[in-house]
Design a protein around this ligand. Sequence first.
Ligand code: NAD
Length: 268
Amino acid sequence: MSDLAIGILGGAGRMGRALVRAVTEAKSARVAGAVDAPGNPELGKDLGVLAGIDPLGIVLTDDPRALFAAADVVIDFTVPRATAENVRLAAETGTAIVIGTTGLDPEQRAAIAAAGQRTVVVQADNFSLGVNLTIALTRRLAEMLDDSFDIEIVEMHHRHKVDAPSGTALALGRAAAAGRGVDLDAVADRGRDGITGARKRGDIGFAVLRGGNVVGDHTVVFAADDERIELTHKAGDRSIFARGAARAALWTAGKAPGYYTMQDVLKL
Ligand code: NAD
């Protein structure tokens, strides 16, 4: 069987470069090409050189349509507006799409889920194995503990991150809420400042730290009187997300159209 042709959207980005490395290293996969935004200063450069590996003989372009035509599956780690457009293209062309972009609004999330009726869509706010296990464990603990345990989610990321709380923190929050049988939007407490009053029973609180080059730390705290459980995951390098996304891209081969998550890919 020939290698799966994987296209990369956001090829000049931090994750885009990590994806070029991960797909090049993956068995049964090859880089079909990569695009970035019009005007990006890296356009026209060799993808391997941009990724810090040997030249691949393929250059970065700003033509997503040609990339969708050349690829069996595309991986998108860009910005919400670009992802919304890419999902439309995936539905139109039937190309499978793996989405890692975070900071999406409810309308964009709904459009992504709807594209699952036309093609294979895998979306995850975090593609690492460890985080996906932490999400599964969070849901399980929230099922087992009643609301005498207050749930708080703390995250820290590098100083360049533009959205908060992180997509992963929100995914952990959704898992905790699902474990409790409630909707996260109804119980999320996302910004405490000043005289906030006492904590409301059943709330799920978020706290956000930004600084340095931290790739991503997440802790879910279950705090009751006199005892506390903490689940912590620390990402050391963004290659874990890139390898997970490449694994998800390989997993799409031969799948029926549908909306899937990393929990499906990892069979959690
Ligand atoms: P980045 O800013 O380094 O890269 C984003 C790239 O997208 C940039 O090169 C930008 O020019 C490009 N882009 C913008 N508009 C585009 C368009 N129309 N077409 C093609 N490319 C376009 O950011 P990053 O650190 O690589 O992160 C990218 C996204 O992935 C963020 O939303 C981040 O939160 C998310 N992320 C998700 C995971 C996960 O596991 N799901 C892990 C890390 C980062």
